[in-house]
Design a protein around this ligand. Structure first.
Ligand SMILES: [Zn+2]
Ligand SMILES: [Zn+2]
Length: 132
């Protein structure tokens, strides 16, 4: 499944407040957002019945309280909220190598495609090919 291509601007003041309120959040929330003014929806392609979602912060201890920005609509019609849903319990196991890759999304995410099943064609495009 391809990754959703929605992008949104971080509502900075609200994000700072959400990070300050977050248990296990950054010591200085401004550091967490220094060079990230726009966020890309990380979910697989979905329709408008599903909110876009971008991961903002991984709280310590890991996997306890990740902060997500969820939004719908664009421009003046954008509606957003911050949420700390529990992580998705799915893991991808490679029994040949013993490697385990956890899903990076939150529990009960929609669409159901887990992060390890979502391809990001843009990142693949930007990433250098082995021939470079
Ligand atoms: Zn999306
Ligand atoms: Zn998942």
């Amino acid at each position: 499944m391809l990754q959703c291509t929605a992008v949104t601007e971080i509502p900075v003041p609200e994000a700072l407040v959400a990070l300050l309120d977050l248990e296990g959040g950054p010591d200085d929330p401004r550091d967490a957002m220094a060079d990230d003014c726009f966020l890309l929806c990380e979910l697989g392609e979905h329709d408008e019945s599903v909110e876009h979602a971008a991961h903002l912060w991984t709280a310590e201890p890991h996997g306890e309280q990740d902060l997500w920005l969820l939004w719908a609509g664009t421009g003046a019609h954008r509606v957003y909220r911050f949420a700390t849903p529990p992580p998705c319990p799915a893991v991808l196991c490679d029994f040949r190598t013993g490697a385990v890759e956890p899903c990076l999304f939150f529990d009960r995410h929609r669409p159901r495609a887990h992060s390890f099943s979502v391809a990001d064609p843009l990142a693949d495009l930007i990433a250098p090919t082995p021939d470079d």
